[in-house]
Design a protein around this ligand. Structure first.
Ligand SMILES: [Cu+2]
Length: 158
């Protein structure tokens, strides 16, 4: 009897913890791009889903894998893709925002170690509602650009 009560309170504690973490935004398919040895920067991509009735924004991020983490976007300026730092990444009410190669991304600058496929890094996301989420993000090889895009010389440089 006591044992089952204990078990029950454990489950309750777990439930309330996870509901705090999932209050506004859920993060799906997060990964960081594997980099060649010696490359000091990489990017992380993910889908941010907002289940709330209010717009929320990703306003900052940090990771123990990098000296600095910035929010970036790519813009097409006269046919040239350029990266820009952005103050925040908005996630519309009851909507989602996709961070993907060639678009919005979380930039990891000054990597402490090489990131190779199969590793994991921590990534803490801070949102405009004051909530934070710490993710464990797998490191994957990722093609630049879109699926089905030719693998020609279109490598993008940071
Ligand atoms: Cu960038």
């Amino acid at each position: 009897m006591i044992k089952s009560l204990l078990k029950q309170s454990c489950i309750l504690a777990t439930l309330s913890l996870s509901s705090i973490a999932l209050a506004e935004v859920s993060v799906e398919d997060a990964y960081a791009r594997a980099v060649p040895p010696g490359q000091m920067i990489t990017a992380s991509f993910m889908t941010l889903k907002n289940t709330d009735d209010n717009e929320v924004a990703l306003v900052a991020a940090e990771s123990s894998a990098a000296k600095a983490v910035e929010l970036h976007n790519h813009i097409n300026q006269d046919g040239v893709m350029k990266m820009r730092k952005v103050e925040q990444i908005n996630v519309p009410a009851a909507g989602s925002t996709v961070l993907k190669p060639g678009g919005l991304h979380v930039m990891l600058i000054g990597l402490h170690n090489d990131l190779t496929e199969g590793q994991e890094i921590d990534l803490t996301l801070k949102f405009s509602d004051g909530s934070t989420q710490t993710l464990t993000v797998p490191v994957k090889k990722a093609m630049d650009g879109m699926k089905g895009h030719s693998h020609g010389g279109g490598h993008h440089h940071h």
